[in-house]
Design a protein around this ligand. Structure first.
Ligand SMILES: C[C@@H](O)C(=O)SC[C@H](NC(=O)CC[C@H](N)C(=O)O)C(=O)NCC(=O)O
Length: 291
């Protein structure tokens, strides 16, 4: 809505300010795995994650396991979903990787190799840059990037997704989610650009790494990766903001704001312009879930 000329902010302009002042942080990333016990063993033994909690929902025939490097009250976590009897998933071409920061990628790769882990990219400087990286494949086929970085409060530091229009995605995550571009890199020789989107510098917290490969506007999504969860103080106001931004940039609300039946946790879910899903979770309800 345009300003009315009386000096007061238009209602939509006020609403669009909300995500910037809301209490937001990355809570967890949700994805499906074909063998829960094997994945938990791999993440704890090869990556050094801790099993934080587990819940079985037999009436819906699935089990969740939460793993990470610290308490979910302040750290990012992975939420693994095992659907009874489903041992294989299609990861698609759009999902990129999760990332783990570690002070010595070479040593971590050596340890993972010794434990039988699959290294898909040997340790060394990233093509076109200097940061030391390596890629590891988990038992379902998800790629984890290992990134050499001095000690950090959040080792589980990236979720990388490929997008078809980087500027459109940046606008979406800024406006709908209140994120900032914490780093932008263009590598013309490698024909890609990336935008790290988040709520704090990438060395301090998890960021969403959006990758644009020159000329590629579409990817497949498969059925393995699900969504990232981010906290909010108000799912209803957040939903109004997302609806407004969807009208301008695309995407859509997939679950209207409200409590999840049986859980009492208020959420709102939506797709970005490429179809990647985010769920916003009420801050207080989330903390109650952890008790
Ligand atoms: C540190 C940070 O800059 C990176 O690690 S970027 C990693 C780099 N990403 C890409 O190449 C993205 C484009 C690619 N076509 C894709 O869609 O994944 C990377 O994976 N480099 C590979 C390497 O061997 O250096």
């Amino acid at each position: 809505m345009a300003g009315c000329g009386c000096g007061a902010a238009a209602p939509n302009a006020e609403l669009l300010e909300f995500p910037k002042t809301d209490k937001r942080r990355f809570l967890h990333v949700v994805y499906r795995v074909g063998d829960l016990d094997r994945t938990i063993k791999f993440y704890t033994e090869c990556f050094g994650m801790k099993l934080l909690r587990k819940r079985d929902v037999p009436e819906e025939k699935y089990t969740n396991a939460f793993l990470g490097f610290g308490s979910e009250e302040s750290n990012f976590a992975v939420e693994l979903t095992y659907n009874y009897g489903v041992d294989h998933y299609d990861i698609g071409t759009g999902f990129g990787h999760f990332a783990i920061a570690t002070p010595d990628v070479y040593k971590m790769v050596e340890d993972i190799r010794a434990k039988g882990g699959v290294i898909t990219r040997a340790p060394g400087p990233v093509k076109g840059g200097s940061t030391v990286i390596a890629f590891v494949k988990d038992p379902t086929g998800y790629i984890f990037e290992l990134i050499q970085r001095c000690s950090t409060p959040e080792p589980l530091c990236q979720v990388m997704l490929r997008v078809g229009d980087l500027e459109r995605s940046i606008k979406f995550y800024e406006k709908a989610l209140g994120m900032k571009v914490v780093k932008k890199t263009d590598r013309p020789e490698q024909k890609y650009s990336i935008a790290m989107m988040g709520y704090a510098p990438e060395e301090e917290t998890t960021v969403l790494e959006l990758t644009y490969n020159y000329g590629v506007t579409e990817y497949t999504k498969g059925n393995a990766y699900a969504q990232v969860a981010i906290s909010t103080d108000d799912v209803y106001k957040s939903g109004e903001v997302v609806s407004l931004v969807n009208q301008e940039l695309g995407g859509k609300i997939t679950r209207q704001p409200g409590a999840v039946p049986g859980l009492n946790t208020k959420i709102v879910s939506f797709l970005d312009p490429d179809g990647w899903k985010t769920v916003l979770v009420d801050n207080e309800d989330f903390l109650k879930e952890l008790k």
